[in-house]
Ligand binder design. Structure first.
Ligand SMILES: [Zn+2]
Length: 74
């Protein structure tokens, strides 16, 4: 019998679309203590981090056909 010390991966934060233009989407983390904000380009895959928030935690979000997954800090 061994102690179960397997480190659990942090559950990903969910990001919501807060603003949108023809070219870009602003995603904001639902976790207020985190406050991560990123702008994702629609026409070309581009990610701009505005606020890093808890950058070590995976962030996922989706908007129609646009999905961001496992976004890393730029
Ligand atoms: Zn977050």
């Amino acid at each position: 019998m061994a102690l179960d010390k397997t480190p659990e991966p942090a559950p990903p934060h969910q990001m919501d679309c807060e603003a949108e233009t023809a070219a870009e989407v602003l995603f904001v983390c639902r976790d207020e203590a985190c406050g991560r904000r990123v702008v994702v380009g629609k026409r070309q895959p581009r990610l701009t981090v505005i606020d890093r928030g808890d950058w070590h935690i995976p962030h996922v979000g989706s908007l129609g056909g646009l999905v961001i997954d496992g976004v890393e800090a730029a």
